[in-house]
Write a protein that binds this ligand. Structure first.
Ligand code: FE
Ligand code: CA
Length: 516
């Protein structure tokens, strides 16, 4: 639809989010040029929302008429973008509208922090630019802190390697109409295309601003991913492939120090440009503030963790394969070092403070991995997740137990395999929490023939399925939660149907995996 709400020809002076290098700081007041009509639809990457609070939400878009071309069909000039948000799907009852600038230094992305909305209700929004209108998308606000909502429905997903499959799982998320979508990492994969890819993007490994921007655009151009973004607000965190395989802190394989941090700065900037995040997450060089907490009345609190940026560099790699942090000897002494924190001291202290003060009935945690121990064959473990940071995990479980944190439920990704497991301090102890890993949207997982031995060595894992793609859906009520693993029939087929492949129930006060 061609629509221009901006007939006002006053010479507006708008604050540009003109950005200086990677610092992403507002730098100048830029006079907006008289808005040219754009010859092509600039909303080819869709729209998104995120970070819902009781009074507002973030609205996002990124202008790119040609998503798969370097330059994206955009020039270097700022482009005026306006937006509106309404209480009805037909956008008749608009409650807020505004305008901003999309600038080249921010990849022509737009992040609008809408305020003044009413709590605990749905809204509809759209953007306008250059005589074009975006699609209309749905979002919502959170309940007030003192509210007593009956339910919260959250989809949790991760690992959407574009080359490995279609995004039927995202179409499923949109159809399930959750209140929130958690994306728990590997939103893009940075590596060069594989010859065996089901669908193939042409360029090599993403390692700089241009490369990451192009990779995000290839992914975001997918209509099913856009549909999932348009269905509900998202809360996102990252894993390794948003930057580089298996990186930790300031090191990735042979790359470390300033060279790697320059790459990390580019990746973080582009991640921010492409996600519906608040300004407080805007990166400064290679640093970005991503861990945070969201409240849902007295029903639930949701902690989103960043387990990549603040951890120390991987250890014990040389003992088996210097290029593989997925296998180290379980006897590696550094795994047990008290000062090696997967979260870093500051984030870990924040998390423990928040959990100790929590009044929520359900304390959900969005993070990257299977949290429980995963013993591999030959006496080996992976040190890419919690198994490499044993004391961080122990301290968290002790806080859950000693402070009687109400109903901790851990949601994870990374391993491209559905897992449901009990989390206990020692094998055989009563579980202190329950965890669910929501498979992968499209990335290939562990073959089921290899899961039998894994479950034999790890009896706290009650369910495992590695050959089905999909996501998890948790519906939290006052007295119980239901968790469904949603599986795609065939992820090599666009639009393939989604169904429950397993379902579990947690009664309030009773940690541990039980069938629904
Ligand atoms: Fe992955
Ligand atoms: Ca990963």
């Amino acid at each position: 639809m061609a629509y221009s709400p901006l007939t006002d020809r006053r010479r507006l002076i708008l604050q540009a989010s003109a950005l200086a290098g990677a610092a992403l700081m507002p730098a100048a007041w830029t006079p907006a040029v008289a808005q040219a009509r754009l010859p092509e639809d600039p909303f080819r990457l869709g729209v998104a929302s995120g970070e819902p609070e009781p009074d507002g939400v973030v609205l996002w878009t990124r202008l790119a008429p040609r998503p798969t071309e370097p330059g994206f069909g955009m020039g270097s000039a700022p482009v005026r973008v306006s937006w509106e948000i309404a209480e009805d799907e037909g956008l008749k009852r608009v409650v807020r509208r505004g305008r901003t600038l999309a600038v080249a230094e921010a990849g022509h992305s737009v992040h609008v922090e809408v305020q003044g909305l009413r709590p605990d209700r749905w809204y509809w929004y759209r953007f306008f630019a250059g005589g074009h209108s975006s699609q209309v998308a749905r979002t919502r606000t959170a309940p007030l802190p003192g509210a007593t909502p009956d339910r919260l429905k959250v989809a949790f997903a991760s690992c959407q390697k574009w080359e490995d499959g279609f995004y039927a799982a995202h179409a499923g998320i949109a159809a399930d109409a959750p209140d929130l979508v958690l994306f728990l990492g590997d939103y893009i994969y940075e590596r060069k295309p594989s010859d065996k890819a089901l669908r193939r993007h042409p360029e090599g490994e993403a390692a700089d601003l241009a490369g990451y921007r192009l990779r995000h655009a290839w992914y975001k151009a997918d209509p099913d991913l856009q549909a999932a973004h348009a269905a509900a607000p998202w809360l996102v965190t990252w894993d390794d492939h948003e930057v580089a395989n298996d990186y930790g802190g300031d090191a990735a394989g042979a790359q470390s120090g300033p060279g790697f941090l320059a790459r990390r700065a580019a990746a973080y900037q582009v991640y921010y440009e492409n996600m519906p995040l608040r300004r407080r997450s805007r990166p400064v060089g290679p640093a970005m503030s991503l861990y945070r907490s969201l409240g849902w009345g007295d029903l639930a609190a949701l902690d989103m963790l960043d387990t990549r940026q603040h951890r120390p560099a991987p250890t014990c790699l040389a003992e088996i394969d210097a290029n593989d942090s997925k296998r180290i000897p379980a006897s590696c002494a550094e795994r047990d070092a008290p000062d090696r924190s997967l979260l870093g001291a500051t984030q870990e202290a924040w998390l423990h403070r928040r959990l100790k003060a929590s009044r929520a009935r359900w304390n959900l945690m969005g993070q990257q991995y299977l949290m429980g121990p995963l013993g591999l064959d030959k006496g080996q473990v992976s040190n890419d997740g919690w198994d490499g940071y044993v004391q961080t995990r122990r301290r968290l479980m002790e806080t859950w137990r000693d402070h009687r944190v109400s109903n901790p439920v851990v949601l994870g990704g990374d391993i491209h395999t559905f897992f449901a497991g009990d989390l206990a301090l020692k094998h055989g102890d009563r579980p202190v929490a329950t965890e669910f890993v929501g498979g992968s949207i499209s990335s290939k997982g562990i073959e089921n023939k290899n899961l039998g031995p894994l479950r034999f060595f790890n009896p706290h894992l009650k369910y495992a399925e590695g050959e089905t793609r999909g996501y998890g859906l948790i519906e939290v009520g006052r007295d119980a939660a239901r968790i469904a693993f949603r599986g795609v029939a065939d992820a090599t087929v666009r639009g393939s149907p989604v169904r429950d492949i397993a379902a579990f129930a947690i009664a309030s006060g009773e940690a541990g995996v039980k069938p629904a």
